[in-house]
Ligand binder design. Structure first.
Ligand code: PMP
Length: 434
């Protein structure tokens, strides 16, 4: 009998089946499993410029960009060559290197609120360490975060809001002791009254506010005009530190991050993603007096065997050097504007109610009748089922969007006008089928 090959599994399907036996959910980070959209994730073989190529050889215009780092496009030659050069001199020394000094200098120049910086290996480490430092510096335990903001998976940050501004944090993952989460107060994004109420309830106990200056982990929600300045003045009034988590927005919303774009001065900044150019790097830094409280100059402990790794630093330095060339952020913004305008136009033509939020090189699509989407509650009112259908139709068209209605999209400077036009044309066909 001749076997029926019409149902032969794709290479991604075969790999996913194998992966699920060996790795929980088949992935090393949950959203990659397409949990937000269903179906089988693509296994990627290589990437170049604006394109991803899956294990079956199909090409996709990529708007995930490794979840943010690939602001220059994939496999940028300057970064690749820097990595190869560094690797030839050794992979890790566990001792300081000149490149760490150069990198610190560059980061502190690009983000002027940072007098000093410490390198870590991920965004999670950056936020976790910044919060420990803020607590150690202020001798206070509580922190404020915002509903729908993600700051990595440290215990006390994995807390979502109950309803109302002053809800004491409840862990939203088993394994997070309630005792750890109880120091996390959750307020509503873009709602300064909820923050003031938290401070008034605990005027002497709040060490810091941590905020995504453009929320990118509940799709894409820019701050309203008074929000970030309002957080700054509440922190000043109550003696708390303002931590701006620029893991996603840093070097993307503007060269100096969202703090430059919105002109707000944090006490501490967290960085990740682009700072490593695709290698695992994070960083936190800020006011000199606060940073000096860190070991070994101060008592707040923080460390890392591979922190400041020479290959990772070389990649990050090459990436930031290229990203700081004139015109990069203008192009990033222009390409994002073109995509947003084009998607809105074809959605209207196909009678699909759509809101598109975008800032710099970040964007978000919301299937909703609402005029605007400004907080987590608005996001939850969007049509997730419609997004899922749209995602899969776009994937068939060769466009790779973030596989979740709650993640931002990322532009790169490698996305050509033609790539963007192809995306808009594909979206029109997909909208017509929704
Ligand atoms: N903060 C923000 C704003 C993020 O978007 C992320 C990751 N998406 C993190 C922190 C955590 O970074 P990582 O995944 O590198 O630990």
């Amino acid at each position: 009998l001749i076997p029926d090959w019409s149902h032969a599994m794709s290479k991604s399907e075969t790999l996913f089946a194998d992966a699920q036996r060996l790795i929980p959910g088949g992935v090393n980070s949950p959203v990659r499993a397409f949990t937000g959209v269903g179906g089988v994730p693509l296994f990627i073989e290589r990437a170049n410029g604006a394109y991803l190529y899956d294990a079956d050889g199909k090409a996709y215009i990529d708007y995930v960009g490794s979840w943010g780092p690939m602001v220059l496009g994939h496999n940028h030659p300057a970064i690749r060559n820097a990595v190869i050069d560094a690797a030839e001199r050794g992979l890790s020394f566990g001792a300081p290197t000149e490149m760490e000094v150069k990198m610190a200098q560059l980061v502190c120049e690009l983000v002027p609120s940072m007098d000093m910086v410490r390198m870590v290996n991920s965004g999670t480490e950056a936020t976790m360490s910044a919060i420990r430092l803020a607590r150690g510096f202020t001798h206070r335990d509580k922190i404020i975060k915002f509903e729908g903001c993600y700051h990595g998976h440290a215990d006390h940050l994995l807390v979502k809001a109950g309803s109302g501004a002053l809800t004491l944090g409840q862990p939203n993952s088993p394994g997070v002791p309630a005792d750890f989460a109880k120091h996390t107060l959750t307020c509503s994004y873009n709602d300064l009254d909820s923050v003031r109420a938290a401070f008034e309830q605990y005027p002497q106990e709040i060490a810091a506010i941590i905020v995504e200056p453009v929320a990118g982990n509940m799709n894409c929600i820019p701050p309203q005009d008074d929000f970030l300045p309002g957080l700054r003045s509440l922190c000043d009034e109550f003696g708390a530190l303002l931590i701006i988590d620029e893991v996603m927005t840093g070097f993307r919303v503007a060269l100096g991050g969202a703090q430059e774009y919105y002109d707000v001065q944090p006490d501490l900044t967290c960085l990740g993603k682009i700072i490593g150019g695709g290698m695992p790097v994070g960083a936190f830094g800020g006011r000199r007096d606060v940073m000096m409280a860190l070991a070994p100059t101060g008592p707040v402990y923080q460390a890392g065997t591979l922190s400041g790794n020479p290959v990772a630093m070389a990649a990050g330095f090459a990436c930031l050097t290229a990203v700081s060339q004139p015109g990069v952020h203008q192009r990033l913004t222009e390409q994002t504007d073109k995509l947003a305008a084009g998607l809105l136009r074809v959605a209207q033509e196909e009678n699909i109610p759509l809101v598109v939020n975008h800032v710099g090189g970040m964007f978000g699509l919301f299937f909703t009748d609402a005029e605007s989407v400004t907080c987590y509650a608005d996001v939850t009112r969007c049509d997730v089922e419609r997004f899922k259908r749209f995602f899969h139709l776009m994937l068939q068209e060769g466009v790779y969007l973030a596989p979740s209605a709650y993640e931002a999209g990322f532009m790169s400077v490698a996305h050509s006008d033609e790539d963007i036009q192809r995306t808009i044309d594909a979206a029109r066909r997909c909208f017509a089928q929704l």
